[in-house]
Design a protein around this ligand. Structure first.
Ligand code: BGC
Length: 916
C-alpha cells in the first residue's frame, strides 16, 4: 500500500479490542483512519456485523448493516442491529470512503456477549468444606486477623468428541486463578477484581476452546481472599464485606463438533482441597510450600472433599468492562548487596507494584527463602519498611529441591524497589530474582521527551506511579496498608493519566464504583469502591463529601467526555451527578460551601502542611466553594451536550450564584484573596471565579508568592495539577518553567535528583535535612504531585483539547517555549490516531514538526515574534494572537519555522511582565 493510501485499524468495541463476554446491549464501535496524506478524512462509513466470520464474509445473515452513512464519525457509533442476546458472537468490519472517493474495508474484529440474565447461570456458588483445613495439619483456618489457606476446586469430565467451542464464565467472592488440563486460563490476575461487592460483582468470560480435548478433561480453580475477605485499607481486621468465606461460580459451556452441547457448572460434585499456597493476602504476602504441590496429585477422597453449595450473592453479576490486571513487564535487578551474612538486597532500579519471580537451581528441599519488600533503604543499607505500616509484604517460599524451580506468588502484590532475600544457601546467582510488574493493562498512549534529563525522569516517574497504582481501581499507593481508590488523587491526576495511557475503559468502570459508593443523600465518596465500616476504620459516613475528593463524581465523567468524546458516561451518571448537585445546594443555601464537609482535607499536603481533619478554615471554605462553582459550570456544559436545556440554565445560574458568593467572601477589589496561598489563586484563576478586572492582578499576586518563596511552589494535592497551567494561561509560562526546573526543595526535581523513580506522596518524603518523614504517612509512590505531566503535554508540547470540540476530533497545538529547554517532543495516541509535536530551538530559530492524524483538524499556534517571518508549510496564516501566529491544519505532517526571542531576552521580558 502506498504511504498516502488510507487504511482502517484499531477496531474497538466499548474501548476494548475483541472483548469477550460484554453486557452492553448497544455497544459502541470505534475505528481509526490511518494515512499521512494531507487532508485525509472519512466521507462515509458502512458497518457490517454478523454472527460469525463466515457470515460476515459471505454477507448473508448480517445482524446489522448500517448501510452507507455519509459521516466523518469514527468513534462511539452505537450498534443498533438485531437485538443482542446472551452468548451472541459478533464479527464486524467497517468500510470507509475517504475524500479521494476510494474505499477500504478493515480486517474483521469481534466481540461476544456474556450472560445477560441471572437465569443464564445454572452453575451453583460453591465454597470449600472447612473440613479440608482440619484434615491438613499445615493448613490455616482464616481468622479476622490472619489469612487462611486458599482452597483448590477441581472437576473432571469426559468429552466424547472434539470441541468446536468452549467458553467459561466465572465469578467469585474472592479472587481466582483457573486451569484447564493443567494450563492457565487467560493471563489476567486477581479476577474478578474489585467492585463494591454489596452492589455488584464482576464475572469474566474466557474462550477455552484450545485448552480442552476429546476424552478426559480436568478444570481447576484456586481461590484466594483478595479484596473480598483479605486485608483492605488500614484496618486491623479482615472480612470487610462481612464474611471470611470465599466462594466461586464457574460455568463451562461446551459445543462439540458433533453439535452436541454440554455445560459443566460448579456444584457439590466439585471437589476441594488445600494445596501449596498456605496463605496469601494483598498486604501480608504469600507463603508457599512447593513440597506440597505433590498433594494435588493425590486424588484420594480423603484429600478431595465435596465442595459445599452456598447461597448466590444477592447482587448482580456484571461483566468487567475494563482491561484486566496483568503482568506487563519484568525487570532485572541493577545491583545486589549482601547487607549481613546471608541477607541479600536486590535493587530493581525502579519502584514497582508487583512481585518477584524467584528462580532456583538445585536448592535443597525444605530450604526456606524469605522475600521482604521495601521502597527505600535505611542509611545503613538495610531495608526500610516502616512506611508500610501494617502491610507485612513478605513472601515465603519453601523449595521442593528440583533441578529448576520457579516461584511467583498468586494473590498478593507489593510496592517496592528493593527486595531482601534471606535463606538462600550460598550466594544467589544472576537470574535468581526478577521483578514482575503488575497493573491494569491500560494501553500506553503518550510519550514525552525533552532536552532536560531530569524532566524526562520526572515524566517517567509519573508514568510509573500510574502503572503502579492503577490496579483494578486508581489507588493512592501500592505499598502500605491502604491501597484505596481515593477520589481526590484520581481526579487530580486524571488528565495526566489520560495522556500517559488510554484510561477510558478503566475510568468508565471506576465511575460505576464512585456511583455505587454515593450515599442515599447524594453525597459522592472520598474512596471508591466503598469500604464498609469496621473496627479502626473511618467508615463511609465520613469517607465522603470532602471538597476536591467527592467532586470526582462530576470531574471524571466530564474528563472522559472531553478526552474521549464519550457522551454515554455523562448520560449514564447524570441522575447521580444531579443528586450530588442537589445535595450541595440543599446543604449550602447561601452559595458558600462551608457545611457538611466531613473529613475536609483541604489542599492536602501543601506547604506548610495542614492535616487536621474535620475542621473548617478560610482556605478549606474557599476551595470547597470553588469546586462547587466548577461542578456547576461543568454540569451546565454537559447538560447542553445532552440537550437538557432547562438543566443547563439551572446550572449556569447556580454557577453565577456560587461565583458571586465566592467573590463576596474571598476576593478583594485589588485581586487579593482572603487566603494568601498559591492554591487559592491557582484554583480561582482556573475555575474562572474572579472578576475580569482583577484576574491579572491575582495572577501577579500568585507570581509574587512564588517569587517570595525564591521561586518555589507550596501547593498540595488540590492545587498542583492546575499550578503550571494557570501560570501559563495567565501569561506567566516563564514562571511555570522556573518551577519545573527548580532543583531545591520543595520542587518536582528535588526527589528526581535524589533518586526517585516514582512520585512521592509528599514534597518532604525525604530531605537532606530531616531524612525520612514520619513513616505513618510517607509513601514513595503516590501520583498526585506528578500531575504536572498534564502540563508537559498540554503546554510544553502543546497538545491541547479544543475548547469547543471533545475527543480530539479537532484539537489545538500550542506550545509555550520556555527557558531551559532546547527541544520537546511528544506523541499522543487519541481515539483518532497519533498526534505528534516536536519543537527545537537554535538561538532565535524555532523549528516545529507536527502530525495531525487522519480525519482530524488542528488549530496551530506557531510561537513567533510579532512581525517576524513565519514559515507555515503551505498553510494560510489566519491571524495572530499575542506571540502566536495561527493556522488551521487538516490531517498531515507539517514543519513550521519561526523566530522567537532568545532565552535571555525572553526571560527578562517575561519576568518584567510578572511584576519584577
Ligand atoms: C491517602 C491519600 C488521600 C488522603 C485523604 C491518605 O491517607 O493516602 O492519598 O487522598 O488520605 O486525605
Amino acid at each position: 500500500m502506498s504511504a498516502s493510501a488510507t487504511s482502517v485499524s484499531h477496531l474497538r468495541c466499548e474501548y476494548l479490542i475483541d472483548p469477550e463476554g460484554i453486557d452492553e446491549t448497544s455497544p459502541r464501535l470505534s475505528w481509526r483512519l490511518e494515512s499521512d496524506r494531507r487532508g485525509a478524512r472519512q466521507m462515509a462509513y458502512r458497518i457490517r456485523v454478523a454472527g460469525s466470520r463466515d457470515a460476515l464474509t459471505s454477507g448473508s445473515h448480517l445482524r446489522w448493516d448500517s448501510g452507507r452513512v455519509e459521516s466523518d464519525r469514527t468513534t462511539h457509533v452505537p450498534y443498533v442491529g438485531e437485538k443482542l442476546q446472551s452468548r451472541d458472537r459478533c464479527s464486524w468490519t467497517v468500510e470507509v470512503w475517504d475524500e479521494t472517493g476510494a474505499s477500504v474495508t478493515s480486517a474483521p474484529a469481534g466481540w461476544t456477549m456474556g450472560l445477560l440474565k441471572s437465569a443464564d447461570w445454572s452453575a451453583k456458588w460453591i465454597a470449600a468444606d472447612p473440613e479440608i483445613i482440619r484434615r491438613d495439619p499445615q493448613a490455616m483456618a482464616p481468622t479476622l486477623t490472619q489469612p487462611g489457606t486458599p482452597s483448590i476446586f477441581r472437576r473432571g469430565f469426559e468429552l466424547v468428541g472434539a470441541v468446536r467451542r468452549a467458553t467459561v464464565y466465572a465469578s467469585a467472592r474472592g479472587v481466582f486463578e483457573l486451569r484447564a488440563n493443567g494450563r492457565r486460563v487467560g493471563n489476567d490476575l486477581f479476577a474478578p477484581e474489585w467492585t463494591d461487592y454489596q452492589k455488584r460483582i464482576h464475572y469474566r468470560t474466557y474462550d477455552v476452546t484450545a485448552l480442552l480435548k476429546a476424552g478426559i478433561n480436568q478444570f481447576q480453580a484456586t481461590l484466594g481472599d483478595g479484596w473480598w475477605s483479605g486485608f483492605v485499607g488500614w484496618q486491623e481486621s479482615r472480612a470487610r464485606y462481612g464474611s471470611l468465606e470465599n466462594s466461586l461460580v464457574l460455568q463451562l459451556e461446551i459445543e462439540l463438533t458433533t453439535g452436541e452441547r454440554l455445560t459443566v457448572g460448579t456444584d457439590s460434585d466439585w471437589r476441594c482441597t488445600t494445596g501449596p499456597i498456605l496463605a496469601s493476602d494483598f498486604m501480608m504476602g504469600e507463603q508457599y510450600d512447593a513440597r506440597r504441590e505433590r498433594l494435588l496429585g493425590d486424588s484420594s477422597n480423603s484429600r478431595w472433599l465435596r465442595a459445599v453449595e452456598v447461597a448466590a450473592p444477592a447482587v448482580a453479576l456484571v461483566s468487567q468492562r475494563s482491561e484486566p490486571v496483568r503482568m506487563t513487564d519484568t525487570i532485572t535487578p541493577t545491583a545486589v548487596d549482601e547487607v549481613s551474612p546471608g541477607v541479600f538486597i536486590f535493587n530493581l532500579g525502579q519502584n514497582i507494584a508487583g512481585w518477584v519471580r524467584l528462580q532456583l537451581k538445585n536448592v535443597p528441599t525444605g530450604t526456606r527463602l524469605v522475600l521482604r519488600h521495601g521502597e527505600r533503604l535505611n542509611p545503613d543499607g538495610t531495608l526500610y519498611t516502616e512506611n508500610l505500616r501494617r502491610a507485612k509484604a513478605t513472601d515465603t517460599y519453601i523449595a521442593k529441591g528440583a533441578a529448576l524451580e520457579t516461584f511467583e506468588p498468586h494473590f498478593t502484590f507489593h510496592g517496592f524497589q528493593y527486595v531482601e532475600l534471606s535463606g538462600y544457601p550460598g550466594t544467589p546467582p544472576a537470574g535468581t530474582v526478577t521483578g514482575c510488574v503488575v497493573q491494569s493493562a491500560t494501553p500506553p498512549a503518550g510519550h514525552f521527551e525533552c532536552s532536560h534529563p531530569g524532566v524526562n525522569r520526572l515524566w517517567l516517574n509519573g508514568v510509573w506511579s500510574q502503572r503502579d497504582n492503577f490496579l483494578s481501581v486508581p489507588t493512592d499507593c501500592p505499598q502500605r496498608d491502604e491501597r484505596l481508590g481515593w477520589t481526590g488523587d484520581a481526579q487530580v491526576f486524571l488528565r495526566t493519566a489520560s495522556y500517559n495511557s488510554d484510561v477510558a475503559a478503566f475510568f468508565t468502570k471506576w465511575m460505576t464504583d464512585v456511583e455505587d459508593a454515593q450515599t442515599t443523600d447524594g453525597i459522592f465518596p472520598d474512596v471508591a469502591p466503598r469500604v464498609p465500616e469496621g473496627k479502626n476504620f473511618v467508615g463511609l459516613d465520613e469517607l465522603c463529601g470532602a471538597a476536591g475528593w467527592a467532586d470526582a463524581g462530576i470531574i471524571v465523567p466530564w474528563t472522559i467526555w472531553r478526552v474521549y468524546g464519550d457522551q454515554r458516561i455523562i448520560e449514564r451518571h447524570w441522575p447521580s451527578m444531579v443528586a450530588w448537585m442537589n445535595y450541595l445546594e440543599r446543604t449550602n443555601p447561601d452559595g458558600l460551601r462551608t457545611r457538611d464537609l466531613r473529613n475536609n482535607y483541604g489542599d492536602w499536603l501543601c506547604i506548610p502542611t495542614d492535616t487536621t481533619f474535620r475542621t473548617n478554615s478560610p482556605m478549606k471554605d474557599l476551595l470547597a466553594t470553588a469546586y462547587w462553582a466548577d461542578d456547576a459550570a461543568k454540569m451546565a456544559r454537559m447538560a447542553r451536550v445532552l440537550g437538557r436545556q432547562d438543566e443547563a440554565v439551572r446550572f449556569e445560574s447556580m454557577f453565577e450564584r456560587v461565583r458571586a458568593a465566592f467573590q463576596r467572601e474571598f476576593v478583594r477589589a485589588d485581586g487579593q484573596l482572603a487566603v494568601e496561598a498559591q492554591t487559592a489563586y491557582v484554583i480561582a484563576l482556573t475555575f474562572d471565579l474572579l472578576p475580569e478586572a482583577v484576574r491579572a492582578r491575582a495572577a501577579k499576586r500568585l507570581v509574587a508568592d512564588i517569587r517570595g518563596l525564591d521561586w518555589h511552589l507550596s501547593t498540595g494535592f488540590i492545587g498542583i495539577s492546575h499550578l503550571n497551567p494557570a501560570l501559563t494561561l495567565s501569561g506567566n509560562a516563564e514562571v511555570a518553567y522556573r518551577l519545573l526546573l527548580q532543583e531545591t526543595y520543595p520542587s518536582w526535581l528535588y526527589p528526581v535528583l535524589h533518586g526517585a523513580t516514582t512520585i512521592w506522596e509528599r514534597w518532604n518524603g525525604w530531605t537532606h535535612q530531616d531524612g525520612f518523614f514520619n513513616p505513618q504517612m510517607n509513601s514513595f509512590n503516590h501520583y498526585s504531585l506528578g500531575s504536572v505531566g498534564e502540563w508537559l503535554f498540554r503546554h510544553v508540547a502543546g497538545i491541547e483539547i479544543d475548547p469547543e470540540v471533545s475527543g480530539f476530533r479537532r484539537f489545538v497545538l500550542k506550545p509555550f517555549i520556555g527557558r531551559g529547554l532546547q527541544f520537546a517532543r511528544a506523541s499522543y495516541r487519541t481515539m483518532h490516531g497519533e498526534i505528534e509535536s516536536h519543537w527545537q530551538r537554535a538561538g532565535e530559530r524555532l523549528t516545529w514538526q507536527v502530525r495531525v492524524p487522519a480525519n482530524t483538524t488542528a488549530w496551530i499556534y506557531i510561537p513567533s515574534e510579532n512581525g517576524s517571518m513565519v514559515s507555515t508549510d503551505g498553510l494560510p496564516l489566519l491571524g495572530r494572537e499575542g506571540e502566536f501566529a495561527i493556522c488551521e491544519a487538516p490531517a498531515g505532517r507539517y514543519e513550521f519555522q519561526s523566530t522567537i526571542l532568545d532565552e535571555t531576552t525572553n526571560q527578562a521580558r517575561a519576568l518584567g511582565r510578572s511584576g519584577q
